[in-house]
Design a protein around this ligand. Structure first.
Ligand SMILES: NC(=O)c1ccc[n+]([C@@H]2O[C@H](COP(=O)([O-])OP(=O)(O)OC[C@H]3O[C@@H](n4cnc5c(N)ncnc54)[C@H](OP(=O)(O)O)[C@@H]3O)[C@@H](O)[C@H]2O)c1
Length: 356
């Protein structure tokens, strides 16, 4: 049996990845890894500290695919990526930080004869968004893309996700706009209103399909507008907090997240809107999750593991579109009870999502 190692298997996202792999890749043996392998009894565990290359050797021996789910992705990925490429271990991560993704890809490009492949950012953002946006490629008049990700506030949150969510708040983007300082409402295709705020999209990659060379605005929101309001206030404070202090704050805040979950829902949404020059919507894709929405960010790593077990000789940088087609993604989403809707407003007169 080929072995898949999930780094961060003691964490919230890592445990989801493990569960999905066990359900979807039955031909593989799933092994977990982290600095504290005793914390997960669901799978065989090994010790690996990404900051300590001396811990890689024994742990990576006999591994076919490594999924790095040990966020936040604010460390140097080069030692681990280099070791994986040199020892023939396929490397996948769920990073959403463009600097981290760029470093992984630069590392892969610098290896003269890689023995395996790398797939960085293989999560909802940016990989799934890039793939889905390709549906808009042929739209006449396409001038911009808006992406909205709404999280169900009842979903369990780990320290890594909380830190990664908070860190960009209040920082200035490349347009000079400070992330999360203003909010907007979007009425979805089914009439549901959701509040969002501008958020950085990890777009600094040379491997984007054509629509992404267009201006892209990314927004993150919640099923409850009050959380957006709270984060807007927080965006004035967070930039003044160091990385180390923010990590401690995220850890301390975790118990209070249970309070934030009260009255929330599990409902998540991912919406892509293609717009023309006048900002009018041309077409829209909406994915809705009534539960298990956080399986969606875990899914690209699982699809890619499956692909790599069947194509072990792959080397170099992988794109999600080489792993799964858009119709394959839609089939997977529907089979897992997620809603998928696509509207082409150039031919379809159904109500459009309205931003205000
Ligand atoms: N791109 C997307 O669409 C998307 C969506 C959802 C989540 N994510 C990302 O997924 C990441 C994980 O979030 P989470 O909530 O699962 O975090 P979490 O619950 O805090 O888990 C973090 C994991 O990392 C491990 N870890 C930390 N430092 C390590 C080190 N030096 N070496 C090895 N393992 C280490 C921890 O294990 P030990 O303490 O046992 O070592 C733990 O298993 C976040 O960065 C989040 O932003 C991305």
């Amino acid at each position: 049996m080929k072995k898949i190692l999930v780094l961060g298997a003691t964490g919230t996202m890592g445990q989801r990845v493990v569960r999905l792999l066990q359900a979807e890749v039955p031909g593989a043996e799933v092994i977990g890894a982290s600095r504290h392998p005793g914390r997960n009894a669901q799978v065989p565990m090994r010790r690996l500290d990404y900051a300590d290359p001396s811990s890689y050797g024994e742990t990576l021996r006999d591994i076919a695919v490594l999924i790095h789910a040990a966020g936040p992705y604010d460390h140097d990925p080069r030692p681990l990526v280099t070791r994986c490429l040199a020892s023939g271990v396929h490397y996948i991560d769920l990073a959403e930080d463009y600097r981290f993704i760029a470093r992984v890809n630069e590392t892969a490009q610098a290896v003269a004869e890689p023995r395996s492949s790398v797939a960085s950012g293989f999560s909802t953002v940016p990989a799934l968004v890039y793939c889905l946006a390709r549906c808009f490629e042929r739209l006449a008049g396409l001038a911009a893309l808006d992406v909205y990700l709404s999280l169900g506030s009842k979903n369990p949150v780990g320290e890594g996700l909380l830190y990664s969510l908070l860190r960009p708040l209040g920082q200035a983007g490349n347009t000079g706009e400070h992330w999360y300082r203003r909010s907007l409402n979007l009425t979805h295709l089914d009439g549901t209103p959701r509040r969002y705020a501008p958020y950085p999209f990890p777009a600094a990659t040379p491997f984007m399909p054509p629509p992404m060379s267009l201006p892209l605005r990314f927004h993150v929101g919640f099923d409850r507008g009050i959380l957006v309001t709270g984060l807007r206030y927080a965006s004035h404070v967070v930039p003044h907090i160091s990385d180390a202090r923010l990590r401690s704050v995220s850890r301390l805040m975790l118990p209070t997240m249970k309070l934030a979950q009260l009255g929330g829902t599990f409902q998540g949404r991912l919406t892509l809107i293609a717009r023309d020059k006048a900002h009018a919507p041309l077409a829209q894709i909406e994915i809705t999750a009534n539960e298990n929405g956080l399986d969606i960010p875990a899914a690209p790593a699982v699809w890619t593991s499956h692909h790599l077990l069947n194509h072990p000789a792959e080397t170099g940088i992988l794109k999600l579109e080489n792993v799964i087609s858009n119709s394959g993604i839609i089939t997977w989403l529907r089979a897992h009870n997620y809603g998928y809707a696509m509207r082409d407003f150039t031919t379809d007169s159904t109500p459009r999502a309205e931003e205000s």
